[in-house]
Design a protein around this ligand. Structure first.
Ligand code: ZN
Length: 435
């Protein structure tokens, strides 16, 4: 870890200096930002107690609200509520937002979160990165996606992330950030925000992501596994809104599963909960990067699908894939979905077979966890309804009727911004909690 730190500092300092300078020049005086210790930090106020934290989260999730409505939602006396709301107004975290329609008596005042609050959501995948700026309600104000190879290591990747964040700022979307959430495609020791021996991420083991980025961005940073963030994104703004217990399977280069229990992400003791890619799907099956055989990920994932497609192309089983391979030099999961959309039978069979393998594993999870919803997302959602049909068939056939009787299995709604919205949600949970 120490080996990387000085290099990292040199690479990013020039980038962030220019970022921070701009943010301070334009900061309006009423905002709770201060300059201190030589580094400019955007010191966003934090709630003082659990009541204030709850009010902030309600305003984040429901938008502008009248004092009367908030009073109905939280169990506080009118006078106690008034004290907490006034305190939040003083901190600048919330602002007055006009008068609410009359409910029969005196009209109540609306309040909302400060419209100047900005969160940065970063979703680092194995082969690309998404960076989004959101407001306090976690609406995406701007979003960039760029190809990137996570194997280049944290220094190169974060240089790119910072330059993407700078572009979004230069476009006028943010003057500074009140917090940033970062998703990485591997297990994370959550309290410290440090990746742990990530199999597809050489050079990342133990890298102090949270600490380094917090220094560079001048705001609090939280780090989590990309799959957990996708689940949180779908929970906040996507297909899992209002679902308390669900599974979110992400099929990217690898495969993983976000587990939401009672409204919160279950990470497990060491942060590796939901690492379903290495559950055995085929006894004595293909060798896997982890050293075992027959792992789900070795038989069905973005990488496995691309390999199978290339083999089919080379063996002359699919003219469509062979042409794509000849043009591009290699194939990806996106080529398989394009081939399937064009009616290529080999591609359709690969997706069906993959869906069956995935369905076998999901059926086991459903019996074990009894979720209210299963969401399937990630880069391969382009495989769409063929995949979904195959997974559903397998799960409904294999799991007990009591567990599947009322179980929707659906595709994610948010596409490539799911992880970035989840990242913004993660850091907003932190900022909207008592310091
Ligand atoms: Zn494995």
């Amino acid at each position: 870890m120490l080996k990387y730190f000085p290099v990292w500092k040199m690479v990013v300092t020039f980038l962030s200096d220019s970022l921070v300078a701009r943010s301070v020049e334009t900061a309006p005086g009423s905002r709770p930002w201060v300059r201190g210790g030589g580094t400019v930090r955007r010191m966003t106020a934090r709630p003082e107690n659990a009541h204030q934290a709850r009010l902030l989260r309600l305003l984040r999730d429901n938008g502008s609200n009248s004092r009367a409505q908030l009073g109905d939602l939280v169990d506080l006396s009118r006078s106690k509520l008034a004290v907490e709301v006034d305190r939040l107004l003083e901190t600048g975290l919330v602002v007055a937002d006009g008068l609410a329609p009359s409910r029969g008596g005196r009209r109540s005042h609306n309040i909302r979160l400060n419209p100047g609050l900005r969160f940065l959501g970063v979703d680092i995948g194995a082969t690309s990165v998404d960076v989004a700026v959101t407001n306090a309600e976690l609406e995406v104000l701007g979003h960039l996606n760029q190809p990137m190879d996570v194997r280049e290591g944290p220094v190169a990747v974060f240089e790119q992330v910072l330059s993407m964040a700078a572009k979004l700022k230069a476009a006028g979307l943010a003057e500074g950030f009140d917090g940033a959430g970062i998703g990485v495609p591997g297990p994370v020791r959550f309290p410290e925000g440090v990746p742990v021996a990530p199999p597809i991420m050489p050079g990342w083991d133990g890298f102090p992501v949270r600490e380094a980025l917090s220094q560079e961005l001048g705001c609090p940073v939280m780090v989590d596994n990309d799959v957990n963030l996708m689940a949180m994104g779908e929970q906040h703004a996507g297909v899992a809104r209002s679902v308390g217990d669900f599974l979110c399977v992400k099929i990217g280069t690898g495969i993983g599963c976000g587990i939401v229990v009672g409204g919160g992400v279950h990470r497990g003791v060491t942060g590796s909960a939901g690492d379903i890619g290495h559950i055995q799907a085929v006894p004595d099956g293909r060798p896997c990067a982890c050293g075992n055989r027959g792992c789900l990920e070795a038989h069905f994932s973005g990488a496995a699908l691309a390999e199978d497609a290339e083999q089919a192309a080379r063996e002359g089983r699919s003219a469509y894939l062979a042409t794509r391979l000849e043009t591009a030099g290699s194939l990806t999961a996106a080529d398989v979905s394009a081939a399937a959309a064009a009616g290529d039978t080999v591609a359709l069979e690969l997706i069906r077979e993959g869906g069956k393998r995935l369905g076998q594993v999901v059926a086991g999870l459903v019996s074990f966890f009894n979720p209210g919803l299963v969401v399937i997302g990630g880069g391969v959602t382009g495989l769409g309804h063929t995949l979904l049909a195959s997974v559903r068939t397998q799960v409904y056939r294999q799991s007990l009727p009591l567990a599947t009787g009322n179980l929707p299995i659906v595709l994610g709604e948010l596409g490539p911004v799911a992880g970035a919205i989840g990242a913004a949600r993660l850091i907003s949970d932190h900022v909207f909690s008592p310091a």
